[in-house]
Design a protein around this ligand. Structure first.
Ligand code: C2E
Ligand code: MG
Ligand code: MG
Length: 736
């Protein structure tokens, strides 16, 4: 082979090789460059992974990575150990332990979701409980996202699991408290409602529905104003307004509502306004307590407090209240006139004592009904107590209206009352007072009407009187008398006068009646008929009576000794009601007899007939004790007290003292009949008789003929001073 050719081939070969070498270099260069890129990428990846780890390993959330092909755990962050209570290592070794830790109640749901996700490669999110090895339970929220390769195939899942136990507990607590609230609301024994700011019901509970007879659905269609008592709406709404504008935050009122049936329901309504965080009013919370029963009781109590339980009429409190209004009206209208009638039954006590309290009560009820028929519906009849009634006549033109009503009352009471077989007659005394006197106080007009009623009684009962100023003056005088009487006891202004009692048969002196006299410093003698009733009312009669008894007994005893022919003289002493009821009466009498040395048989006590009848039981025991001491008993003013004759024989009485009104009527034989009857009666009951008020020889002779044992009166002698009486005894008087 030619050298040239060889050379050319060699050159060619060399060139080829160079080219290859060059290519190799380029390739190498490329490889090196690629390698550098890869290395960089690797470093980047390593950096990223490092950063991921740093993050993943330092947060509370658990990060994980799972192979989609093998279910293998590729990565789990250390927080897993804290949440699951298991080591990460144990999970790498046994990936199934992930599933077996799920709470049995949640595992079905959680595993189904997981499987679906693995199958479909979808994202998923699930909350479930895990059971830790120490059996404690944690709630976790697990989220996982698929990672896809170049071919869009899911090859792994990355995810995050978060411990949400605290949140779950808070949610649970919230649910429980909401439930609690719901139950409290639903089952509360009192009515509850949530209402809009316009009063529309948004939520109501069963108690409210029950109280108002509505169903929940019905109530929820209504507003407060639909079920309110019309008069109470305004107050409720205006208070709500105050809440909305922020003037108040709550209020409480008593309010009436109307139930579906139309029944009025009294309620106690408490309202609170609810606002949002910004203070904007949202709605009202209402508590509605049914207080119907309490209100009814209150109304009943109020009614009872203002009405008389026996007759159902208004009582003093209500009457006084109405009077107050009338007084104000009269003050504001110059010609306005009203009248008060004060009515007191005559001798009601006797009815009570003779036929009993039950019938007495029924009589009062029937009287109340009859009185009601005598007045206009606008007028008021009240019972003040006992047998006292008052009538208020409003807006009358003149006094004639009041007197006409008084007449009407007489007519109404005229017919007898039939009560349980008893026919009872009754009359009343009425005092009328008119507002024209310019009263300021209800008590003042009542006082004057009462005073006038007393005047009517004094004038002989069964009549009416109209108040005039002179009555007031009399009343003031009486008050002065009372004051003077109190001083009189201290100043020893009292004296005892002695009126002889004469044997009509023998015409000789047999005793005296001791009569009180008051030597008033400016008025000379004041009659006992004037001052004795006042001392009775004030209780002054007790010390006065004791003093008088002692004085009289002492005096008589000294006369008995001084005048031996008069050693059996008796002294009659009057006893008042107060004294008779006084618990110390017997002690007082024993003490007086002991101190004065007088024997009981020479003392005669006079008790008026009406007094005896008023206190039947009480008196009888006292009288029996007196009888044991041989003290004599006499019924004074006999014939005026309407005593039931059947009672008389029950009492240990020695003497009937015929009231002087009967003696004074003895002008002719025709007028003797009452006295004759009394004498006969007394003798039948083994009593003797004293006739009081004998003023003429005719009367004395008539009484003698009727076999009346004793007499007393101006015909024999007036009541005498101690000295005069003594002179009389000394003269050994006789009367023919
Ligand atoms: P009395 O017990 O019925 O007393 C009789 C009254 O009749 C006495 O009035 C006497 O003065 C009066 N009198 C006597 N004879 C006649 C007469 O012929 N004609 C007239 N017109 N009157 C005559 P006096 O002393 O004014 O007493 C009135 C009443 O006062 C007594 O009525 C008695 O109820 C009461 N009284 C008097 N003193 C006492 C007393 O010491 N204690 C009590 N509790 N009451 C007394
Ligand atoms: Mg007397
Ligand atoms: Mg008398």
């Amino acid at each position: 082979m030619p050298a040239k050719k060889v050379t050319r081939m060699f050159n060619q070969e060399l060139t080829n090789r160079f080219v290859k070498l060059d290519e190799l270099f380029t390739l190498l260069e490329n490889l090196l460059q690629e390698n550098q890129v890869l290395t960089n990428k690797l470093h980047q990846l390593q950096d990223r992974e490092e950063r991921f780890r740093q993050i993943a390993e330092n947060v509370r959330e658990v990060f994980f990575m799972i192979s989609a092909e093998t279910d293998e755990i590729l990565y789990i962050s250390p927080a897993y150990e804290e949440v699951w209570g298991r080591t990460c290592q144990s999970l790498y070794e046994d990936p199934q332990s992930w599933l077996s830790a799920i709470h049995p109640e949640d595992s079905f749901r959680a595993i189904a979701t997981l499987e679906t996700q693995f199958r479909t490669g979808d994202e998923f999110e699930e909350e479930y409980r895990i059971v830790r090895p120490d059996a404690s339970i944690r709630w976790v929220s697990v989220k996982a996202f698929p990672i896809r390769d170049m071919e869009e195939k899911v090859h792994r899942f990355v995810g995050i699991a978060e411990d949400i136990t605290k949140r779950k507990q808070a949610e649970q607590a919230l649910r429980e408290s909401e439930e609690q609230f719901r139950l409290t609301f639903e089952l509360a024994p009192i009515g509850m409602a949530i209402t809009t700011l316009n009063g529309k019901f948004q939520r109501v509970n069963q108690a409210l529905c029950d109280a108002l007879d509505y169903s929940q659905e019905e109530l929820l269609r209504l507003s407060f104003s639909d079920i309110s008592y019309s008069e109470d709406i305004e107050e409720h709404q205006s208070l709500e307004k105050k809440l909305t504008v922020g003037q108040e935050s709550a209020f409480q009122i008593e309010k009436r509502h109307i139930a579906k049936s139309g029944r009025i329901v009294d309620t106690l309504l408490k309202v609170v306004i609810v606002r949002n965080a910004q203070g904007k009013p949202l709605h009202f919370n209402n508590q509605i307590v049914d207080i119907t029963e309490r209100k009814q009781m209150e109304r009943q109590l109020l009614h009872d407090a203002l009405h008389d339980s026996l007759t159902g009429l208004p009582n003093r409190a209500l009457f006084t209240d109405r009077l107050e209004h009338e007084i104000i009206r009269a003050k504001n209208q110059s010609n306005y006139l009203f009248a008060v009638l004060f009515l007191d039954l005559d001798r009601f006590k006797i009815v009570n004592d003779s036929v009993g309290h039950l019938i007495g009560d029924k009589l009062l009820i029937q009287i109340a009904r009859r009185l009601e028929t005598c007045i206009n519906p606008t007028d008021t009849v009240a019972r003040l107590g006992g047998d006292e009634f008052t009538i208020l006549l409003e807006n009358i033109p003149d006094v004639n209206v009041a007197t006409t009503i008084a007449e009407k009352i007489y007519q109404a009471l005229k017919h007898p009352f039939n009560i349980e077989g008893y026919e009872i007659f009754t009359t009343a005394s009425i005092g009328i007072a008119l507002s024209s006197q310019g009263y300021e106080q209800p008590e003042a007009i009542l006082r004057d009407a009462d005073l006038t009623m007393y005047t009517a009684k004094e004038q002989g009962k069964a009549r009416y009187e109209v108040f005039d100023r002179s009555m007031h003056i009399r009343a003031i005088k009486r008050l002065e008398l009372e004051t003077d009487l109190r001083k009189a006891i201290e100043r020893e202004e009292f004296l005892v006068y002695y009126q002889p009692i004469v044997s009509l048969i023998k015409g000789t002196l047999v005793g005296f009646e001791a009569l009180a006299r008051w030597q008033h410093p400016t008025r000379k003698f004041v009659s006992p008929t004037e001052f004795i009733p006042v001392t009775e009312e004030t209780g002054l009669i007790v010390p006065l009576g004791k003093w008088l008894l002692k004085e009289a007994c002492k005096q008589l005893h000294s006369w008995q000794i001084q005048y031996p022919e008069y050693s059996s003289l008796k002294i009659s002493v009057n006893l008042s009601g107060k004294q008779l009821k006084e618990t110390f009466l017997l002690n007082t009498i024993d003490e007086v007899l002991e101190e004065t040395g007088l024997e009981g048989q020479f003392l005669k006590l006079e008790i008026t007939e009406s007094l005896l009848m008023k206190n039947l039981e009480l008196v009888n025991n006292t009288l029996l004790s007196l009888r044991k001491r041989k003290i004599q008993l006499s019924i004074d003013d006999f014939g005026t007290g309407y005593s039931s004759l059947s009672y008389l024989h029950r009492f240990p009485i020695n003497t009937l003292k015929i009231d002087r009104s009967f003696v004074q009527e003895m002008q002719s034989e025709r007028d003797n009949s009452i006295v004759k009857t009394i004498v006969t009666l007394a003798h039948m009951l083994n009593m003797d008789v004293i006739a009081e008020g004998i003023e003429t020889p005719y009367q004395m002779n008539q009484l003698k003929c009727l076999k009346c044992e004793h007499g007393q009166g101006y015909f024999f002698a007036k009541p005498l001073s101690k000295e005069e009486a003594e002179k009389l005894i000394a003269s050994s008087p006789t009367w023919e």
